[in-house]
Design a protein around this ligand. Sequence first.
Ligand SMILES: Nc1ncnc2c1ncn2[C@@H]1O[C@H](COP(=O)(O)OP(=O)(O)OP(=O)(O)O)[C@@H](O)[C@H]1O
Ligand SMILES: [Mg+2]
Length: 490
Amino acid sequence: MSARRTPTAGARGWPGRGGGQAVVLDPPPMWRGTSVQVCGLHPFAVGAGTPAVGVPLGRTLTTGSTLCCDPISWFQRAHLISNPSAFVLGRPGLGKSTVLRRWALGLAGFGVLPMVLGDLKPDHVKLGRAIGAQVIELGNGRGFLNVLDPGEARAAAEKLTGDRRRAILADAHGRRRTMVAALLTIARGAPPSDREESVIDAALRELDDNLGHVPVLADLLAVIKTAPESVRSAAVDRGNLDKYLEVTEHLEASLYGLVHGGRLGEMFSQPTSEPIRRDKPVVFDISGIDEGETDLQAAALLACWSTGFASVAISQVLADAGLEPRRHRFVVLDELWRVLRSGRGMVDRVDAITRLNRTVGVGQVMASHTMSDLTALPDEADRMKAKGFVERAGMVVCGGLPPSEVELLRGVIDMSDAEEKLLAGWQDPPAWDSRTGAEAAPPGRGHFLVKVGGRPGIPFVLQLTDAERAVNDTNERWHEQSRISAGVSL
Ligand SMILES: Nc1ncnc2c1ncn2[C@@H]1O[C@H](COP(=O)(O)OP(=O)(O)OP(=O)(O)O)[C@@H](O)[C@H]1O
Ligand SMILES: [Mg+2]
């Protein structure tokens, strides 16, 4: 006689006649809590997909859990990325600058000093003021930035000896030369020749050796005009002054324009009006520059980047020597496309200025609209280098992008079809809200996908906190206008 099996309840309840198996299985309710709170619920606790290390960015769209992520913490503490940098891409108005602001704010809370190198809108000034940053205003008639000013490099060099001293002076010299070349590139629409660069280099050395004060561009022009021996040999004039004058004619004309308020106005012609501070967050406010002056905008951005990175380099060398506390900076380079489109040779300049590597202790984020900003450059070498900005970034954060853009991105990072669809859905135009008679927010606003190498992306939505809202509205001028047209008294 076989023993009768006792029925047992399965996952859906009691099987068989008289039983009560459920057809639909309700997913169990889920709660989130810290490991301290939920440890008693073992074995029903599961870990979140990403570590809770970094600035809280928003909710993950797949699990609803909080995504904590920023380039510095993911590099330094979570070891998830290979260098502390990020590239943010997305169509206009979908919230790229908002992500940068969240990072800046969160990292400021962690003791990192944010540094916004060139705010054109202004997107970051309000936040800067709210966190006690030094806000440096630049623009024609607002503030000057002398690209020949070695800043604190000299003072720092005096505190140092040996290799460190030499390195800091060499760095300051290289940056000044790069910046003069960059200004000439923008003013002319083409980079200076090798010979001209050598002339600039020699003239700068001449100034350093013989001028008692910090040089301005007018001094550089004067030295080139006086044709000292060292500058003549850099021009390879073979002892012939006429040849020298021929070689430097174009250079003189371009420098004359920079000194006397040519295409780039007078912003770079006078001593720096407000030197950068190393112990505070910094925001360069260049929003006073007119929208139409694209060349000046690009030049101002580059000059801010150069000054900012120079100050970071000095801080780090002084910290290495134990003369200053180690401060980590989070450098924000928003609106990269404006610089790139301003002419041939700009990619090189950006590359030269921003190649601060992880050993320098700086986190960096760049933002641009689309990959086409980088791949539509006329010069093949420039295109390759510009793509390198995305390739080298530790993480890429993508907002709404059309499929054609994802195709271009695929050349640099792996994207699945599902991810492509997600990004395409986020770039849809906003719907018309008939109740309020206004456009609703675009569906992709605040939605982003974090990609780290070939790993599957983490989609998340950034929700603004009340404290952030007041410093976050970059559509403010539009609201004012709609209030006026709606007849609301202000
Ligand atoms: N997550 C969000 N929740 C609510 N509002 C948001 C969010 N993200 C952005 N916004 C709002 O959308 C507007 C545009 O945002 P933001 O300036 O960050 O976009 P952007 O992508 O940087 O635009 P652009 O390409 O023009 O620089 C702002 O008014 C901002 O307050
Ligand atoms: Mg922006």
